[in-house]
Design a protein around this ligand. Structure first.
Ligand SMILES: [Zn+2]
Length: 375
């Protein structure tokens, strides 16, 4: 399976990857307590249960073997290379949120060549997770969050904190369920007591407060306001409603079909992260996840670690994540290549069988995508 049958492309990529690991920093928090996994051309994890005592040992192995994918455990273990799993003696784990584009942002199938629209959408999801959930609802501080690009089409948010270190799978599943809004319903935010109707105030925590704040923000939008009641065309009526909701008063607000309309708005607003995070990853205390700053073998891009959580807003993966540069490399497309923009280079579209001399960053991207061969 391994070295004996390496294709010319795999050999070439491993040589390039080795060069990268020879010159770039590999910093992993709690490195000696992590389990590592390596992958190759066929599988993202071919070998696991690997451990290192320090950074120079890890780097030496990366330079020598140049795996196409490098993952490490979200867990910290006393004996990370022991097997079976229970013998590792689990000590704790980071809390991980894995966000990936599902290709729904672009209304077509962007396939293996992830499009800019989908990358922008998943970036917005990651910002929403951080700013609307992790910071306000869970009270994590920015210094407890480490964000990195996945190297392919998403982001990983690592929470590194004593507060979550020894949470078990069930507790992590509950966190994922809360963020995804699993089991959340309109009836839990609004309720009747006798003839009185109660709802959330904007200063309230959780989804109630999120709804009230989102509702108030949307009231400035004419189409939204008119879809609730015609009379909200008048600014003074809108102000009246705004004032009531700011106090958490949803009763006697003079809107016909109040409950039906509010519950429709609640559905429309999509306040949860449903379908945006992979709950199984968050719940898994022994998951192997892409090593930050390692190269993703499916793109030739780094799983780039962002200096701060705020840096994600200005981060452009197609520009900043490619590892390789502008040296020319000839490749032959083995399938249709769309118009792409990598670093500062625009190329494509061109068809299967066409040969192009491209900057290495672009050519290696196509080789990693298995959409081209060396020519
Ligand atoms: Zn897309």
């Amino acid at each position: 399976m391994n070295s004996l049958v390496q294709s010319a492309e795999e050999k070439f990529l491993r040589k390039k990857f080795s060069g990268y690991y020879g010159t770039s920093a590999v910093a992993v928090r709690g490195l000696e307590k992590r389990e590592f996994g390596f992958g190759g051309w066929e599988k993202k994890i071919e070998f696991r249960h690997i451990a290192f005592r320090n950074e120079s040992e890890l780097r030496a192995r990366l330079v020598a073997e140049a795996p196409l994918y490098i993952s490490h455990s979200v867990a910290y273990y006393e004996f990370p290379d022991a097997r079976p799993m229970p013998r590792k003696n689990w000590l704790g784990s980071d809390l991980i949120f894995d966000l990936d584009t599902d290709g729904s942002a672009c209304n077509h199938v962007c396939g293996k060549f992830t499009c800019q629209k989908c990358l922008d959408a998943v970036k917005a999801d990651a910002i929403k997770l951080i700013e609307e959930f992790l910071l306000p609802d869970f009270g994590f501080s920015k210094s407890e969050l480490a964000v990195n690009f996945s190297g392919s089409r998403g982001y990983h948010v690592h929470v590194v904190s004593d507060a979550i270190y020894d949470l078990d799978r069930e507790a992590r599943r509950e966190i994922a369920d809360y963020v995804s809004g699993t089991g959340l319903s309109f009836e839990r935010l609004f309720w009747n007591e006798g003839k009185k109707f109660f709802g959330p105030s904007p200063s309230q925590g959780g989804f109630g407060g999120k709804f009230a704040r989102a509702f108030l923000a949307k009231l400035s939008d004419d189409a939204f306001a008119l879809s609730i009641a015609r009379k909200l065309k008048k600014p003074e009526e809108r102000e009246k409603l705004r004032g009531a909701i700011e106090k958490g008063n949803w009763d006697n607000i003079g809107i016909t079909n109040r409950e039906k309309k509010l519950s429709e708005k609640f559905e429309e607003m999509k306040l949860t992260m449903a379908g945006r995070i992979d709950a199984n990853v968050t719940a898994d205390t022994s998951k192997l996840i892409r090593m930050p700053d390692s190269i993703h073998g499916g793109s030739g891009f780094a799983a780039k670690r962002l200096p701060t959580p705020d840096a994600i807003a200005g981060f452009e993966p197609m520009r900043s994540a490619p590892v390789f540069g502008s040296a020319p490399l000839r490749v032959k497309a083995t399938e249709a290549v769309p118009a792409l923009n990598i670093r500062d280079f625009s190329f494509g579209p061109f068809g299967a069988g066409e040969v192009r001399e491209l900057p290495e960053a672009c050519a290696i991207y196509l080789l990693c995508k298995k959409a081209a061969v060396l020519a």
